[in-house]
Design a protein around this ligand. Structure first.
Ligand SMILES: *[C@@H]1O[C@H](CO)[C@@H](O)[C@H](O)[C@H]1NC(C)=O
Length: 459
């Protein structure tokens, strides 16, 4: 088995495989590529149902009418002691009162069990009141890639563009981002590397309610869309997947572990202890490989992997863990690039059509107030739907199987199709950003040139 890329899911791991795929003694690559066979009719129908099932509006958007002053985002923070008259988070205030950070027993490595994290976090927030208000909505995006150069000659360039895309999304929505370039546990390589990184991010960011892992080969393709956090209020972990494929087919591709949202809390630390317990740093690694393969018969390779591990925990420990895991299937919390890339031109045209008809949507504005325009868009997107077959911009496009850094993409695609699709997807996202800077890539395959946008574009 080829060495998979650090911090990336190595696998197709996206499309629910057709029910009769696999079997026989073929190379693991062939078997893996079976996962890409198109949906069986049943699965397609299932997806259709999910796609069109009701979708409650993410986070009640304010719906300012045109001309009304845009509400001040700062007003959601209450004025507190350590902030004086300026009510933004105070980044220069860390009182001498002891907190968990001062406990010599407290450690960041995964072998140091942490107890009472919820209380410790709460105490810390109390000591930092300017960070305490509004914390429920605070998200830190975490991603990463290997410490050395990519072996694909254009790999580092691609990773740079994927990183830029994440920075763009985070800047627009005021999220912090942590991009990590080193294994925080030397034995937790490949797809296991994210667990110690996410864990460390939780401890470094007690002010954040959510840590959002996004694989280095995934891109935000709707710069306006925000996570519907309200929907997850009773859950601690969110992953993209298809419950029927998890519980009925027991397929290892029934969800994708390349993007997940995890609530900063004791549950998460305990959960990650259990999850990481299947990893290569444990003496049980091989045993877990066997167990996971027995559980998910379609698993294409013998090593224990985080994604099948997650399916296992949903199947076998539903009471203990599964009930707090939200399997998101209604929008592209994470989406398969091959399914998405061909829809981008039509989606662009559709958005342009809508904008051409509504002056306030095409009003030029500062990037900083972009969220108010996203809110204005919502009524016009009501009929668009979400996910597959929708004309709403897909939220996250994930290049599963492409391996931009190593270049060792799944044999089912040509390198060209992967790199071209990445260019298209990254430029599609970039256009949403460049819009506020007055430019556009006219051709999604032309990364190198842009045109200035005329006033009142696209009327
Ligand atoms: C894009 O739109 C055109 C014209 O409506 C249509 O013929 C075509 O099938 C669409 N392409 C995709 C990939 O949806």
């Amino acid at each position: 088995m080829k060495p998979p890329e650090v911090y990336q899911s190595q696998f197709p791991a996206q499309m629910p495989r057709s029910t009769n795929a696999g079997g026989g003694r073929r190379s693991s690559l062939t078997i893996a590529s079976d996962a890409f066979l198109f949906f069986s009719g049943a699965v397609a129908a299932l997806l259709l149902v999910w796609t069109f099932s009701t979708f409650s509006t993410p986070q009640p958007h304010q719906t300012p009418s045109f001309g009304a002053p845009v509400s001040d985002p700062k007003s959601s923070f209450s004025v507190t002691d350590d902030v004086g008259c300026d009510n933004r988070p105070n980044l220069r205030y860390d009182p001498p009162d002891p907190s968990f950070y001062d406990d010599p027993e407290f450690g960041y490595t995964i072998d140091k069990r942490i107890e009472n994290w919820d209380e410790k976090r709460k105490e810390w927030l109390k000591l930092h009141p300017s960070l305490g208000s509004g914390y429920e909505e605070r998200v830190v995006v975490v991603s990463g890639s290997q410490s050395g150069p990519c072996s694909n000659p254009i790999g580092d360039h691609l990773l740079l563009r994927f990183f830029k895309n994440k920075v763009d999304y985070c800047r627009i929505h005021g999220y912090d981002i942590f991009y990590n370039n080193v294994l925080l546990h030397p034995k937790m390589h490949t797809f296991w590397a994210k667990i110690p990184a996410v864990r460390a991010a939780m401890l470094a960011h007690p002010e954040a309610e959510w840590i959002w892992w996004v694989d280095s080969d995934a891109a935000f393709t709707d710069m306006d869309f925000k996570l519907p956090l309200q929907r997850y209020k009773n859950h601690n972990f969110v992953v993209h997947g298809w419950p029927k494929l998890i519980y009925e087919k027991k397929s290892w591709t029934s969800l994708n572990a390349g993007v997940f949202l995890i609530r900063n809390g004791q549950w998460a630390l305990d959960f990650m202890d259990v999850w990481a317990g299947m990893g290569p740093q444990t003496p049980d690694y091989e045993k877990w490989g066997e167990i996971l393969r027995k559980t998910c018969k379609d698993k294409a390779f013998p090593e224990s992997d985080d994604q099948t591990g997650l399916v296992y925990l949903l199947l076998k420990e539903k009471e203990k863990w599964g009930n707090k895991i939200y399997v998101e299937g209604e929008y592209y919390f994470e989406g398969y690039w091959l399914e998405i890339v061909e829809t981008l031109e039509n989606i662009t045209a559709k958005y342009n059509d809508v904008e051409a008809g509504v002056r306030r949507l095409r009003r030029r504005h500062g990037e900083k107030v972009g969220e108010s325009y996203s809110a204005l868009w919502e009524p016009y997107l009501e009929g668009a739907g979400y996910g597959k077959f929708s004309w709403r911009r897909p939220f996250v496009t994930h290049f599963t199987g492409c391996q931009p850094c190593s270049g060792r993409h799944n044999q089912m695609y040509s390198g060209q199709s992967c790199w071209e699709a990445m260019e298209k997807v990254l430029n599609f996202a970039d256009n949403q950003v460049l819009r506020n800077y007055g430019f556009v890539h006219r051709d999604l395959l032309d990364s190198a040139s842009v045109s200035p946008l005329p006033f009142d574009y696209p009327a």
